[in-house]
Design a protein around this ligand. Structure first.
Ligand SMILES: Cc1ncc(COP(=O)(O)O)c(C=O)c1O
Length: 448
């Protein structure tokens, strides 16, 4: 029996272990059980748990001044964080709007895109195009742009229509590498813009490297060049949602950097503060910023905690810590080791694919490896696996429903400080938990 609680949790049917401390890649609960945090919580704890420098920097700022209203005042941490980030983003993304969650950042980014066109005298350009599978957050506009039907079903009628194109998902695509595949080449975007009418489309939003929805699927090297060209040809803004894949996770400060393309707007969140406070950001290009500055002169998206010194101080300390300890380079070099070791899991029965880049990896489970048939959804394979992994002391991120309503994935996205021996431990605990899951599925008579 779990202790009674007055907290309204997201998941109400199972008791949650109570975590009392964290250090490096490890968490400890109140019973003394230790967990290897192989997904940084929710792709957040990029620097590891318990980094005193960050806690101290935030503490100093709270003593000095915790909050000022961002409409009335500026403050040092916001100014310095923006200056640091402008040196790390793709060239041209130099103006930063700070918020607290990824959903807020996506909401603000999409509103910013629409306001940009209104300021330019084209208020009819209001539609958004996004990808399926894809996820951009849980507030109503961000959820509208997310292809996650089981999150959306209860809110039908409140959400706005968003046109969807197929996301590049090489493992599942039937194109076998054909250069003109609409999904994998990006040409599907052009067809969607023409169908909607370019005069009505404000922006295309995409996660540069797939997050939980496609389990770290990496688009082709020329995908975003094509996307950029299509957006430019039709006057559509390109919004790169780097809430999950940004802040160093793929072994570059931003995942789009490898593609040599600059989006018009970018969102950051999750790992931006390493999880020490809730912090997100919208990075805008001069073009977008200038249109609003020279037009109405104000961005219509006020939130109480935007640009607050408390949140920005954590971001500033985290970004400086990452730089000082070369953690992005480490995400690339140790990330390559992680990817190689995880790819050995493909030899296990029921593991269809293991893929990713840097410190972002996805493992996809299938009932039949040749046909890539997903497990029946009622078996809840991803959730069952995550529970088994947690029992073994390994924390992974489960996702399901990405393939025609079925499909099971587990994501591995550890703190960038993970060591080689901890990676071996991840792989060994993963295998153990997966074999246990397979036994349970077989015992249920659902696999031979
Ligand atoms: C790519 C992406 N965008 C936006 C969000 C929303 O972020 P948050 O949960 O902080 O609101 C998420 C969350 O998982 C995400 O993965």
């Amino acid at each position: 029996m779990s202790a009674p609680t007055s907290v309204f949790y997201r998941s109400l049917k199972k008791p949650l272990p109570r975590i009392v401390s964290g250090q490096g890649c490890r968490l400890t609960d109140d019973a003394g059980k230790r967990y290897l945090d192989a997904c940084g919580g929710a792709f957040v704890a990029n620097l590891g748990h318990g980094v005193k420098e960050i806690a101290q920097a935030v503490g100093r700022q709270l003593e000095q001044v915790a909050y000022v209203n961002g409409t009335a005042f500026t403050n040092e941490p916001a100014e310095e964080l923006a200056a640091e980030l402008s040196g790390l983003m793709p060239k041209g993304l130099g103006k930063f709007y700070f918020l607290s969650s990824g959903s807020e950042a996506v909401e603000a980014a999409l509103k910013m895109a629409r306001q940009y066109w209104a300021e330019r005298g084209k208020p009819g350009k209001h539609k958004i195009i996004a990808r399926t599978p894809g996820y951009h957050g849980n507030t109503l506009l961000a959820l509208s742009a997310s292809a996650r039907e089981h999150y959306k079903a209860a809110y039908a009628g409140w959400l706005v229509p968003v046109a969807m194109i197929p996301a590049p998902y090489p493992y599942r695509c039937s194109c076998q590498g054909a250069p003109d595949c609409p999904a994998c080449s990006g040409s599907a975007l052009e067809a969607a813009i023409l169908k909607e009418g370019a005069d009505s489309v404000a922006a295309f939003i995409a996660e540069p490297v797939g997050g939980s929805s496609t389990g770290a699927s990496v688009p082709r090297p020329d995908y975003y060049r094509r996307v950029r060209d299509i957006c430019d040809a039709h006057g559509v803004l390109f919004v790169a949602d780097e809430v999950l894949c940004g802040a160093g996770r793929t072994g570059r400060w931003t995942a789009i950097e490898r593609y040599g393309v600059v989006p018009d707007i970018m969102t950051l969140g999750k790992g931006l503060s390493g999880g020490y406070v809730p912090l997100s950001a919208v990075a805008a290009s001069e073009k977008v910023y200038g249109a609003i500055k020279d037009g109405s002169g104000a961005f219509n998206h006020a939130q109480t905690f935007s640009h607050a010194p408390s949140i920005c101080s954590a971001g500033l300390a985290a970004v400086r810590y990452i730089k000082q300890h070369n953690l992005v380079a480490r995400a690339e070099s140790v990330g390559a080791v992680l990817q190689k070791k995880l790819s050995a899991l493909k030899s296990l029965p029921g593991v269809g694919d293991a893929r990713g880049v840097g410190m972002l990896a996805g493992v996809e489970f299938v009932a039949d490896k040749t046909e890539k048939t997903p497990f029946a959804r009622e078996l809840k394979v991803a959730e069952r696996f995550a529970d088994n992994a947690r029992e073994e002391g390994l924390i992974v991120w489960p996702n399901y429903g990405q393939w025609r309503g079925a499909g099971d994935l587990a994501l591995i996205a550890p703190p960038f400080i993970i060591t080689d021996s901890e990676i071996d431990e991840v792989v060994s605990l993963f295998s153990k938990a997966w074999l246990k899951t397979l036994d349970q599925i077989k015992a249920a008579g659902r696999m031979s």
